[in-house]
Design a protein around this ligand. Structure first.
Ligand SMILES: NC(=O)c1ccc[n+]([C@@H]2O[C@H](COP(=O)([O-])OP(=O)(O)OC[C@H]3O[C@@H](n4cnc5c(N)ncnc54)[C@H](O)[C@@H]3O)[C@@H](O)[C@H]2O)c1
Length: 332
């Protein structure tokens, strides 16, 4: 296997996305260092990597400058994934959210200066678009309408990163992720595709709010491919650039998503209701990532649905009782 002589620091690398990125980068020959405070007691996710010769785990909090500085020692690239992720968890813990997602993340952009880091990828979200006019696709240039504390902190962090052009010695890139789906060593069933599929696969009736609202989705393995692509790309192409991360064909309404699941689980019971608590409705344009980085997702939403149904059939994820927090962001 090719040894890339590069160590990638994954801040928040023990989470749902980070665990799959770890796997992918190790397979590509990178050394991976994970820096994470295992805020959901999500120890089980990184455990399987512990014996790998190119894997290194550093326990610590992004908000502690010394811990972050130590973790960044000698690394070539940084991917910043850490934070309280999602609208519900940030609403439940607004102070911690401010502390981590706003202050901790923005301070880290400063702390990581002058450390010999080549690239820094900040993982943001398409939730920044919040509510788009019917029929209008959100491009990187669209007005941002962050509706939650979660998205507001991402928008503020993006602005901070873009504002320090000329002051940093690393090459920063922002990836605005679509909503993730697919299998990971740390599953999350508080994400739409995973949640809907599991609920129907275990035989529960599913209640769907606002069925005709749009959302883009992307498989966690595709996010890993895209992160690797940015790491390998000519810095001129990615420095201080923002990319929507996903693919046009994975924009779905909730109703269309349910229809895909029902194709595989025809006996499903689904009820629909309007006026749920989540007003987000956005369909996203992925032209830039396709044209500039030649990135297209390899995994469709139906592929992700199928892999979860298969594993429920193998008796995984049936009974989460007592382990809910390993499978979603509920409590810190
Ligand atoms: N999952 C999605 O659908 C989605 C969509 C858009 C954007 N994103 C972004 O992708 C990134 C990863 O999301 P995820 O789904 O893997 O979330 P996750 O909650 O599974 O992972 C986050 C990780 O960060 C760690 N963490 C939290 N606070 C920390 C702190 N103070 N110091 C160190 N580590 C800390 C947690 O322990 C966890 O391992 C996030 O930045 C998120 O905003 C995710």
């Amino acid at each position: 296997m090719e040894n890339k002589n590069s160590t990638v620091l994954l801040i928040g690398g023990a989470g749902y996305v980070g665990s799959v990125v770890t796997q992918h980068l190790l397979e590509m020959g990178y050394a991976v260092r994970c820096f994470d405070n295992l805020i959901y007691n999500n120890h089980a996710a990184p455990e399987s990597f512990l014996g790998h010769p190119n894997y290194d785990f550093k326990y610590g909090d992004l908000c502690h400058p010394n811990a972050l500085e130590n973790a960044a020692e000698g690394v070539s690239h940084v991917v910043l994934l850490a934070g309280l992720v999602g609208d519900p968890i940030t609403k439940k813990y607004p102070d911690e959210s401010d502390n981590i997602n706003a202050n901790g993340v923005q301070d880290s952009f400063e702390i990581l200066k002058g450390k010999g880091i080549q690239k820094l990828i900040f993982i943001s979200t398409c939730s920044n678009y919040g509510l788009m006019e019917e029929g209008v696709l959100a491009s990187e240039e669209s007005t941002l309408t962050p509706l939650s504390l979660y998205a507001q902190a991402k928008v503020a962090a993006e602005e901070k990163l873009m504002s320090i052009k000329g002051e940093v010695d690393y090459c920063p890139t922002v990836l605005r992720f679509a909503t993730a789906f697919g299998l990971s060593p740390r599953m999350r069933f508080d994400l739409t595709v995973n949640e809907f599929t599991r609920e129907l696969a275990i035989g529960n009736e599913l209640l769907v709010f606002d069925a005709d609202t749009w959302r883009p989705y992307c498989h966690v393995r595709d996010f890993s491919r895209l992160i690797a692509k940015v790491l390998e790309e000519d810095p001129d192409k990615v420095a201080f650039e923002v990319f929507n991360a996903g693919g046009d064909e994975n924009n779905f309404t909730k109703r269309a998503l349910v229809n895909e699941i029902v194709k595989l689980l025809p006996n499903s019971k689904v009820a629909y209701k309007e006026h749920g608590g989540d007003p987000r409705n956005y369909r996203v344009d992925f032209t830039k990532v396709r044209e500039v980085l030649e990135f297209e997702p390899a995994y469709s939403v139906p592929m992700g649905v199928k892999e979860i149904i298969e594993q429920v059939g193998n008796s995984f994820f049936k009974n989460l009782e007592g382990r809910e927090n390993h499978f979603g962001n509920y409590e810190i």
